[in-house]
Design a protein around this ligand. Structure first.
Ligand code: FES
Length: 203
């Protein structure tokens, strides 16, 4: 198996994406990756074809993440704490595209072209698929040195396939295989606690 190949397995009970990587380029000590996959039921496939997805985030607490499916992709919704937001100010020099200029039309809607890459500063909405070869990065929210991460780590995501790292706004760090930031999908708020993913203007 090449280092780009994964064998995805869906854990239906937890609605997460799990895969086993066997590639030579996989990060040592990390056995699982989380790629986006296609093993949905028929009704899920219909939804995956493009319908917007409504999400209630009333129960999302600071520091927590919720994952929903949109067009067959995992979309993360993360409620960032003040400390998480502070980390976005200190890592700018280490980022490949801190102002989200690359492929902006595809990756960052105009309302997310800011340091937080979000409409509301605390709420990040991002497609959880690495811009290198499509694995899904793992949460690494705890700051500080840890396996595969530097001492200066401020919290973010680590792609276990080839080691790309992203900060808590989904911005990719320099000198990593992933060329681009994580995609912020079209989205908008229907109320303070209801989001719609896949649509960003009123019908
Ligand atoms: S898929 Fe290669 S670093 Fe993420």
């Amino acid at each position: 198996m090449s280092d780009a190949q994964v064998e995805p397995v869906v854990d239906q009970s937890r609605r997460t994406w799990v895969a086993i990587t066997c590639g030579a380029g996989a990060v040592a000590g990390v056995a699982t990756a989380v790629p986006f996959i296609k093993t949905f039921t028929p009704s899920e496939r219909a939804k995956a074809a493009g319908a917007p997805v409504e999400v209630d985030i009333a129960d999302l607490k600071p520091g927590e993440k919720k994952t929903v499916e949109w067009r067959g992709k995992p979309v993360w919704i993360i409620k960032r704490t003040p400390a998480m937001l502070d980390s976005l100010k200190s890592d700018v020099a280490e980022l490949a595209d801190p102002e989200s200029r690359r492929n902006a039309d595809d990756l960052t809607p105009p309302y997310a072209r800011n340091a937080q890459r979000s409409i509301k500063p605390e709420i990040l909405v991002a497609v959880g698929i690495c811009s290198h070869l499509g694995c899904s990065p793992s949460d690494k929210f705890t700051p500080g040195a840890q396996p595969s991460l530097p001492e200066s780590w401020g919290g973010g995501f680590l792609c276990p396939c080839h080691g790309s790292t992203f900060d808590l706004a989904g911005r990719v760090f320099k000198n990593k295989p992933a060329p681009d930031n994580l995609q912020v999908p079209p989205h908008m708020y229907l109320s303070d606690t209801r989001l719609i993913i896949g649509e960003d203007k009123k019908a």
